[in-house]
Design a binder for this molecule. Structure first.
Ligand code: UDP
Length: 250
């Protein structure tokens, strides 16, 4: 039961995952916690890439509402993801996890440019690769960047770490009657407009048959347990079968 179920995973963390209980920015204790969770998974020998969001600092759509031109606001959002990537890299390296940051917008002084083959090489050498600056294009999200990078590097799964236990019929924070789904299909997500990822990200995953697991990253060891094959959170697949090989939570 100690053999990883996946060989290569892409972990998506929103910027808010680094914010902790603060209303804005980065909470160092929370970043260290995230790094610890990643380290526990890394020690299993699984290859880990991370796409980090920027919503704890800047969101293009919100800035647009305040009068900043959308493309400019989005580039500002992509820069926010670079700040988060460096914070996470710092926390991981303090815990002696070898990392590389690759940025979709060139900033050679502080990150490698995104080069797919190089990213794969780093993963093979046991480095955690943090992808910064989203897709490098405005009008996209870091969820779409996560789907794109996961497909490009041949990840087995996208694991979206959130503050709730999985995918619900409606927001469980606002609606106590919201139902949690254990397994569902891409079409279920699209038809019911479930808040998993934006539609560009979902369709990319669907077209490339990339499973998505949504789980609570705030529960310690969840990431590690899922990588070991435990059924935690919600999984989105092409079709719902009972022979996924994933085991019930013990
Ligand atoms: N963004 C973008 N293109 C991308 C990824 C991100 O323009 O490929 C911008 C967009 O403005 C977005 C912001 O960066 O609002 C932060 O990313 P996101 O909202 O996805 O972060 P998260 O919600 O995951 O923290």
């Amino acid at each position: 039961m100690n053999k990883p179920f996946y060989k290569r995973v892409l972990l998506k963390l929103s910027g808010e995952a680094l914010m902790g209980e603060k209303g804005y920015g980065i909470d160092p204790f929370t970043v260290n916690y995230m790094a610890e969770e990643i380290k526990k998974a890394y020690q299993l020998g699984v290859e880990i890439a991370v796409v980090i969001g920027g919503g704890n600092i800047w969101r293009g759509s919100e800035a647009q509402a305040q009068g900043i031109e959308r493309a400019t606001a989005d580039y500002m959002g992509m820069l926010a993801t670079v700040i988060n990537a460096l914070a996470l890299q710092n926390a991981l390296e303090k815990q002696e996890v070898d990392t590389r940051v690759q940025s979709a917008i060139e900033m050679r002084e502080l990150a490698e440019p995104y080069i797919r083959r190089k990213a794969i090489r780093h993963l093979e050498k046991g480095r955690v690769v943090i992808f910064a600056a989203g897709t490098g294009n405005p009008y996209f999200t870091t969820d779409t960047a996560a789907a794109l990078r996961a497909i490009e590097i041949g990840a087995d799964v996208i694991m979206k770490g959130t503050k709730v236990d999985g995918i619900y019929s409606s927001d469980p924070v606002k609606n106590s009657k919201a139902k949690k789904f254990d397994i569902l299909t891409y079409m279920d997500v699209i038809r019911n407009s479930l808040k998993v990822m934006d539609s560009t990200a979902i369709t990319l995953c669907m077209d490339n048959n990339l499973p998505i697991i949504v789980f609570n990253i705030r529960k310690s060891d969840n990431l590690k347990k899922i990588i070991l094959g435990q059924k935690i959170g919600s999984i989105v697949l092409k079709e719902v079968k009972n022979d996924t090989g994933i085991q019930e939570e013990s």
